[in-house]
Design a protein around this ligand. Sequence first.
Ligand SMILES: *[C@@H]1O[C@H](CO)[C@@H](O)[C@H](O)[C@H]1NC(C)=O
Ligand SMILES: *[C@@H]1O[C@H](CO)[C@@H](O)[C@H](O)[C@H]1NC(C)=O
Ligand SMILES: *[C@@H]1O[C@H](CO)[C@@H](O)[C@H](O)[C@H]1NC(C)=O
Ligand SMILES: *[C@@H]1O[C@H](CO)[C@@H](O)[C@H](O)[C@H]1NC(C)=O
Length: 502
Amino acid sequence: MKFNILFISLLIFLILSTFQQEYEGLNEDIKILTEENYEQIIKETEVVVVAFFSPWDEKSKELQPNFDRVSHMIEKNEKFVLSVLNCQDNKPICDQNEIETFPAIRVFKNGEFFEDYTGSTEWLDLLAYFTKIQYPRVLKISSLDDIYHYSSKLPFSIFYMFEEEPDQEMMEIMEKNSRNHLLKHVMFGTITGDLNSEIAKNLSITSLPSMIFYRIVDSEFIITPFESINDINTTQFVQENQFAIIEPLTRQNFKYLFIRKTPLAVFFLDYKSDLSTLDKLKSIAKYWNSSKLTFVWAEQSSFGRFGEFFGTSTFPCLVIVEEFNQRSIYYRMEKEFTEEEINSFIKDYIEGKLETSSKSEPIPESNDGIIKKLVFSQWNEMITLSDKEILLIIYTPDYNNSRLFDTVEKLAKKLEDENLLIFSVNALKNDFGKEIALNQIPAIFFYKQNDKENPIEYAGEDLTEELLESFYLKAKQEKQEEEKQEEKQEEKQKEKKEKEDL
Ligand SMILES: *[C@@H]1O[C@H](CO)[C@@H](O)[C@H](O)[C@H]1NC(C)=O
Ligand SMILES: *[C@@H]1O[C@H](CO)[C@@H](O)[C@H](O)[C@H]1NC(C)=O
Ligand SMILES: *[C@@H]1O[C@H](CO)[C@@H](O)[C@H](O)[C@H]1NC(C)=O
Ligand SMILES: *[C@@H]1O[C@H](CO)[C@@H](O)[C@H](O)[C@H]1NC(C)=O
């Protein structure tokens, strides 16, 4: 099976377009309905979606940018019109439609009311709905071409194949599935044919009836024979099979993938030059199963920065990420990117034979500023083994850090005679996942002279010289008090022991 290049292009478009949040105003892809054209458009168009809105209504305003974005993305088609109607200016039409809350999205088919949309106004949901509503609830598929044509419309498709025309009762079950909001991203259809038909042969169907599930993201067909359509729980089936063998990383699934229980095996690659690589990776992912690892591929041009976080520099490459949120624990494959090396890397990982990776900038040649530069390879020497107090500033260079450094520098000058070293670490070029858990960046940590295991984090949202100084003094004192407590405890123990000895 080949990865679908059209789909991948769409995906990249989606990734990129999520950055363009601004609303650009109504456009020619959306028809504006008025009393003059309403009747005619509804009557003469096969499928019309009307968003009834009020210009003063907050929810209508929220819908607008999503509606607009979807109108640009949906396939152009004469038989389908996406429209808006301002109820302020066209009250009689809205009264006639008994519109009570805004916005109301209503579908008309062949001049008649069809249904109201009750789903979310998220643009991906709207896109799926406006696509699906253009077709019958359950398509009649009559050729192999139909299968490939219709299954490219939504993320998933389900075609039930029977030897004989399904009866009314079966059709109703299929239509009910199609209406199920949990299956809104699924296109439904039926096929009538025998095992000698072109469709059965092409999809290697060996038993009828069968359910054909198609997942667009990796062009995978899953064939499931069944006895009675009543026996299949379609919702459950889709939930279990929705993820690709190797799932593309997107802005939408990014967070979700990281909270799944299994570590991620992330392949970074340039999909345009690497489509054949992607197919090879798919067979590797298939072999290793998803029980121990979730396989993901990330488009280098969109997720290159993410890759840098794991010290990747050449592409394609593989990183296994165990934890990303607070501590970065990961394993970067350094060997040549061949099937054999990838398999042996994964095998070693599963058997616990790999060392975690890290990255570090080179050791700076001179380092005598008031704020010194720390690189990861010097962590032990500079932090763990140091007998000084340490203030550690963790930052990323893509923010404007001038205020942060100004503030720290001022404090440093004020405290110059103290037994204190101040270090800054560029978090993009160095990591210390096993050493420290980060909740935010930039972050400031204080390390006491003789305790480099338990740093205290600066938790304030704002940063001024006064706040930082008071944090420093308090942290220092806290530690001293802890020590005093410990000393006292020890003394007490000692006294107790002495008494007992007497
Ligand atoms: C099935 O049909 C598709 C599209 O026509 C074709 O590309 C593919 O090679 C066929 N597969 C088999 C196994 O016949
Ligand atoms: C089908 O599966 C879904 C999701 O797993 C579940 O919520 C539902 O109750 C199941 N339906 C039936 C009829 O078993
Ligand atoms: C993957 O799963 C199949 C079937 O469950 C099993 O036979 C196979 O050994 C698994 N592969 C690995 C590498 O665990
Ligand atoms: C960074 O912030 C400082 C003040 O906080 C400001 O003076 C400076 O112009 C900013 N620099 C850039 C490049 O935005």
